[in-house]
Write a protein that binds this ligand. Structure first.
Ligand code: ADP
Ligand code: MG
Length: 342
């Protein structure tokens, strides 16, 4: 039986988030009680955001888009006056940020520490040298890399009392590898007690809240890194957990037989050339999962497997050849079905 749905379509320029709003909505269905499905799509944080709610009250979808706007304005590098913009342009001075921004940075530094800086939130001077979306397919020069590499150093990012942040002049932060996870956590928290279930998808950061109307757990497809868009290599069943995948197929270009993608090795300044094509982390904390998934791509399969196991985290590592490795005990915790093997 098809479930009634309310469609929201909101294309959004992440740079001009406050200016452009195009909303097309079918008439609201029912009074917002029961199990009906409501869905909406928006563009925030440089990615497509898809929200599916079951049994949501009227207005909840709108509240979610307001949250997205709030976090874009707080955390985007490209929004003038955002916390990240203020940190990046403080010229070495100490700035006071919102407690939420401070908390993300605290967690980012923790993951940076434990991953041997495979995850580095001060990666911005390196990401600025690359363009994975514009089609220019340009490699940074050796000189550019040599001047940017010393500016990537998470130990030099100092978090003080009273939500202060100090960053040496010339350095910049980029929350691209962790912020979507934090936002997914916050929006999951926002909707949790007001819906029967929800699937919140922030471009690879999925949060499955509650259950489906038929009382079954959500099944989340794991993208086949060797397949096309929308093709799954496996399916994992879970409730009230986040599933975050980082992959080298998201944003990339090929040059001279090499795949250059948007996850950079902070030690070389070049796209991570590990054996992993994707890393998926399952966790209650989408923020932790987000940062860890990025770190795993840099580390490669063996180091990532040791790292996740040591932290007691659950994950799925897929090599460039399509070989799947699960962390110990994964299948005891989550029903897992492989759809394709290589
Ligand atoms: P996505 O944003 O596609 O979900 P990730 O979570 O893996 O993927 O984040 C990739 C983004 O994180 C990049 O676009 C960049 O902004 C930033 N980034 C790239 N390399 C690193 C790194 N080694 N550590 C931390 N952040 C990184
Ligand atoms: Mg990430």
């Amino acid at each position: 039986m098809p479930l009634p749905s309310k469609q929201l379509l909101r294309p959004f320029s992440s740079l001009l988030a406050a200016l452009v709003l195009l909303l097309s909505a079918l008439p609201a269905y029912g009074a917002g009680t029961g199990n009906e499905r409501t869905s909406g799509t928006g563009f925030y944080f440089d990615t497509v955001v898809t929200i599916i709610l079951y049994g949501a009250p009227d207005g909840l979808m709108e509240e979610i888009w307001n949250d997205c706007e709030y976090y874009e304005n707080l955390l985007s590098k490209t929004v003038p006056g955002s916390d990240v913009d203020r940190i990046n342009h403080a010229g070495g001075e100490t700035v006071t940020v919102h407690p939420e921004t401070w908390e993300i940075l605290r967690r980012a530094k923790e993951v940076s520490d434990t991953s041997g800086h495979a995850f580095s939130v001060t990666i911005a001077p390196l990401t600025a040298l690359w363009d994975f979306t514009g089609g220019t397919n340009r490699m940074p020069t050796q000189t550019e890399l040599e001047s940017a590499l010393p500016l990537v150093n998470d130990d030099a990012l100092v978090l003080g009392d009273d939500f202060t942040v100090t960053l040496p002049e010339g350095m910049e932060i980029d929350l691209g590898g962790i912020a979507k996870g934090y936002i997914a956590d916050k929006i999951a928290e926002h909707v949790r007690d007001r819906v029967l279930g929800a699937i919140l998808n922030f471009g690879g950061n999925v949060y499955a809240v509650g259950i489906k109307p038929d009382n079954t757990a959500f099944r989340v497809g794991i993208r086949d890194p060797l397949g096309g868009e929308g093709e799954s290599i496996a399916v994992v069943t879970l409730a009230d957990l986040s599933v975050v995948t980082s992959g080298i197929y998201e944003r990339f270009f090929d040059l001279g037989g090499v795949r250059y993608h948007h996850i950079l090795d902070p030690k070389t300044g070049i796209s991570a050339d590990s054996d992993l094509a994707s890393a998926t982390i399952v966790s209650e904390s989408s923020m932790t999962a987000d940062a860890l998934a990025t770190a795993c791509i840099v580390m490669g399969r063996d180091a990532a497997l040791d790292y996740l196991t040591g932290l007691g985290m659950n994950g799925i590592l897929i090599t460039r050849e399509g070989e799947i490795t699960l962390t110990p005990g994964f299948e005891d915790l989550f029903p897992f079905t492989v759809l394709r093997t290589y």
